[in-house]
Design a protein around this ligand. Structure first.
Ligand SMILES: *Cc1c(COP(=O)(O)O)cnc(C)c1O
Length: 366
């Protein structure tokens, strides 16, 4: 069997080692005569996996004791609503920075949530030019309300390929960040964030589950009159086992995190990711007359690289030829068109080199 060279935006490529481990353990997990999926979430065999996943996350991302690590179902999209329900008090106001489609969605869901929670949503900065986004805002463009309940950022806009490389300073305002598409891609200080959430299906596992890193004191500020299932304190107090979690998804996250650790941790992952991005942007710059990169240099995403070819016909041919080389997932998001190569952690340097070679060859042939 030949594996596809997978540039999907999410669900995305998973490390082969993590999948092979799942295959080996599928029918007989840890000598128990059944798969991990068939174990009780209250039993010690599953509990060991659950706790190992959390411990690996803490270790990999250097997460302090002041922070809870939570697993929540429903995807990042559910967090768009759940965050304001918890943290936007009646009469309060929350600030949002928008530099792409996911930020827009976060604002729109927060606005819907205010009908129940009270409170107000402010867009503190947007870089929209119609439906186009080509950069993150500069620090001076962010009109921060110093009394805001929180400032919400999207660290990487998956559809537009626009990424924060330096996070803005929010002063005393708690920072909340959607890191779905660039979680654990580099070594970075996460301690300045009060609340981070990331859908697993981009960089760390399968879909349907979100990893949340939240400061304990921030969780404590959350509303107490919501149904229990929507309060973060419920998840935290029960070690993400208040109700039955997606055990197999958490198991796979464990496998991916173990792979990150075994292959050299975040510093090695970061080095690889920077090399990969440099390769593809290198080809875009070398052939700037052929490939058009809409994103401003300083905001270029290391995870999702978007570009256009001279015509729709070129793009269709590019995708068809790539497919013959077993390269999949290169079609841009339906809302923006063009080409997008997602270079998440599990995408190897070898795959990326193959793509760069193909792009060079394609540009020469025109
Ligand atoms: C993929 C993605 C989401 C949505 O994730 P779901 O799991 O589909 O809810 C939200 N934000 C960002 C930045 C994403 O990349």
């Amino acid at each position: 069997m030949e594996r596809a060279i997978n540039f999907n935006a999410g669900p995305a490529a998973l490390p082969l080692a993590a999948l092979e481990r799942a295959r080996e353990e599928l029918l007989d997990f840890a000598g128990t005569g059944m798969s991990v999926m068939e174990h009780s979430h209250r039993g010690k065999d599953y509990e060991r996996v659950h706790d190992e996943a959390i411990a690996l996350l803490r270790e990999t991302a250097s997460i302090g004791d002041d922070t809870e690590v939570l697993f929540i179902q429903g995807g990042a999209s559910q967090q768009f609503a759940q965050i304001p329900l918890n943290f936007l008090p009646d009469g309060g106001s929350a600030d949002y920075v928008v530099h792409g489609a996911w930020g827009e969605k976060a604002v729109s869901e927060a606005q819907a949530a205010t009908k129940w929670s009270g409170g107000k949503v402010r867009v503190a900065a947007t870089t929209a030019q119609g439906k186009q986004y080509t950069r993150v805002p500069t620090p001076s463009e962010i009109q921060l309300d110093p009394k805001a309940a929180y400032l919400h950022l999207t660290s990487n806009e998956t559809i537009h390929g626009v990424q924060f490389h330096e996070f803005p300073d929010a002063g005393k305002v708690p920072l909340v960040c959607d890191m779905s598409s660039d979680f654990l891609w580099r070594k970075t200080d996460l301690s300045r964030f009060s609340f981070i959430y990331a859908g697993a299906q981009k960089n760390v596992g399968p879909s349907g589950i979100v990893i949340v890193l939240a400061k304990k004191d921030f969780i404590a500020q959350g509303r107490k009159d919501l149904p229990k299932i929507f309060q973060y304190r419920t998840v935290a107090e029960n070690n993400s086992l208040y109700n039955t979690p997606p055990t197999f998804a958490i198991y796979l996250i464990r496998n991916v995190l173990a792979w990150i650790k075994e292959t050299g941790g975040l510093s090695r992952i970061e080095e690889q990711n920077r090399k990969k991005a440099a390769l593809i942007y290198g080809v875009l710059d070398e052939h700037a007359g052929f490939y058009a990169s809409p994103v401003e240099r300083a905001s270029r995403s290391t995870m999702n690289i978007v570009f256009r070819l001279p015509s729709d016909d070129h793009e269709a041919r590019f995708l068809a030829e790539a497919k013959k080389l077993r390269m999949v997932g290169l079609k841009g998001h339906r809302s923006v068109g063009g080409i997008r190569a997602s270079l998440y952690n599990a995408v190897s340097l070898e795959w990326t080199t193959a793509l760069a070679d193909f792009m060079r060859d394609f540009a020469k042939r025109g």
